[in-house]
Each structure stands twice: as C-alpha cells, then as structure tokens.
Write a protein that binds this ligand. Sequence first.
Ligand code: PBG
Length: 321
Amino acid sequence: MKRTRRLRKTGIIRDLVRETRLSMKELVYPIFVIEGQDIRREIPSMPDVYHVSIDRLDEEIQDILNHDIQNIMIFGVTDKKDSCATEAFVEDGIVQRAVRRVKEITDRLTVITDVCMCEYTDHGHCGILDKDGYVNNDATLKYLQKVALSHAQAGADMVAPSDMMDGRVAAIREILDENGFVNIPIMAYSAKYASSFYGPFRDAADSAPSFGDRKQYQMDPANYREAMLECELDIEEGADMIMVKPALAYLDVIKGAKERFGVPVVAYNVSGEYSMVKFAVSQGLLNEDAIYESVQSIKRAGADIIITYFAKDLKKYIDRY
Ligand code: PBG
C-alpha cells in the first residue's frame, strides 16, 4: 500500500536530519570601544552590548573568549571629529589603539575593522563633502585608503569598508598591496541598504548624519538587481567576500548572492534587528528562542559568515543544537 506519511522527527532523529546548524566559528561579534577611562557601560539602545574603554578591554575580551567567539569587529566611538575624519586614520586613533590592545591580550581572535568615516566626521557622513553638501566619491577614496592602511598597520587581520563609495575596494586593495599587506583580505559591505534598522547603532557609535540621509550612497531597499550588480563590481575590484546588510529584511538578497557568486557571503544582522528582538524578549513578548530562530534564518538563506550582536547569546543554543 502506498504510504505518504513523513518521517516523524523526534529526539535524536530530529537532530540527525537538521539541515542548518550554526557554529561559533562563523559568527563575528562587533564591539564598541570608547575614549575615556574605566568604562564598561551598557548601551541604552542595545541591551547587553557595552561601550568599553581601552583600559577595560581585557574584561570584555575575556568574556568574548569565554563564549567561544572567534571573530570580532571593532568600532570606535570618539568626540574627536573634523571634516575629513582625521581620527579615523591616525596611528593613535581609537580603533588603532584598540586593535593593538586586543592583539596584546590574545592571539585567538580574528580582528576585523570597519573602514568608514561617519564616526569621525563632524557632519556624520561617510565621506568628504563638496560645497553643495554632497559626498564627493573620488575625494573620499584616498581617505579610505589611509584608514584601511592604518588598521592593517595596527595589526587588523581583515578590513571591512562600509562606506559604499564606488571604487573603494580597488583603492584599498592597491594601498594594502603597495605596503606589503597582500594577505589582508577585504570584506566588502557590497549591498548596504539605506535602512532604518541602523538606528540603535547610530546612537551607539554617535554616527547619525547631522543633516540629510545616506540615500546618495546607500542602496534603495526596493532594489534586488542593483544589489547583485554592487556585489559583482566589488568582486571585480578584488573583494574577498561580499556583504549584505541588513540581514533579516534582505534574506532574498543573501540567497541570490550565494547562488550567483563564488566568494563567501557575509550577512550583517544589524543593531535594529538585534534590539527589536532583545527588547521584545525582555518585555516577555517573545520567547528567548526567537534569537536563535532569527539568526538561523540568515544561515538558511545562505550566509557563510554572520556579524551579530547575538553572538554571546547564541553560544548556549549552539552547544545544544
Ligand atoms: C558605518 C556603519 C554603520 C553600521 C555599520 N557600519 C552605520 C551606518 O551606515 O549608518 C550599522 C551597523 C548596525 O546597525 O548594527 N557606516
């Protein structure tokens, strides 16, 4: 007799046939390093994520290692800002000092740095402004080169340009190679959308634009094909991996990029995606398992690497699954 009953997925059988499994190895945990002393302060817009001063980085790094996190991304928070983001590329800038400190504390973490100018410009935009208030793409490139080079010189293992200027991957590859950093890969924020889900981050990094928005250089959330084009151009310019950001509202873009390109696909599970779940869990509106479910969906869509503020929370699920 023909039977159509499906496998009853209970207990160990369910474990055996599970198609998607997260691993700590593929997660990247972002950290926010702040000027000042003796600070380890929860960021109000991002529960359980901290602003940490350099002198207290060892505590944070120990906690990260205790959770088996293997990769971190460093963001700098400073009030030293000017029109050309000098603090972003000087030798003793906040990120450069933080990278050196982390490398002193441990050799067990891959250190990735975000290459952008918005946290260091007094106007909060991601590049150099023209008189008319528009970001000048080509003038910005040479500054991004300086930022990326200074991160590599400080000891970063990989640089991740998040500015969305055209031609920046090639420009950064060139300057790194010229200076002997041929083995430092570039993780390109390729399909970065002009998203409302960055709100909590802009509070955390003090990087909201003082006027206007980033729609001139970030992508329109309506566009899928343009995302594929941006990925293709970045790969041509020498990107070692391509990123889709945000993640949850763009799972189709992650899937498309994975099917289409041979390089690793990175997804940035951004601050808004984090905080909405965290706050809902803390209010009792969602069961805590929503954390695993949401990040798992990003993996199922095809992400090879996931940048997520949930990395510490995920440890206990990963051990169980
Ligand atoms: C810098 C940058 C941003 C994020 C990462 N790098 C902010 C932005 O573009 O406004 C957002 C990360 C997040 O929301 O978690 N350009």
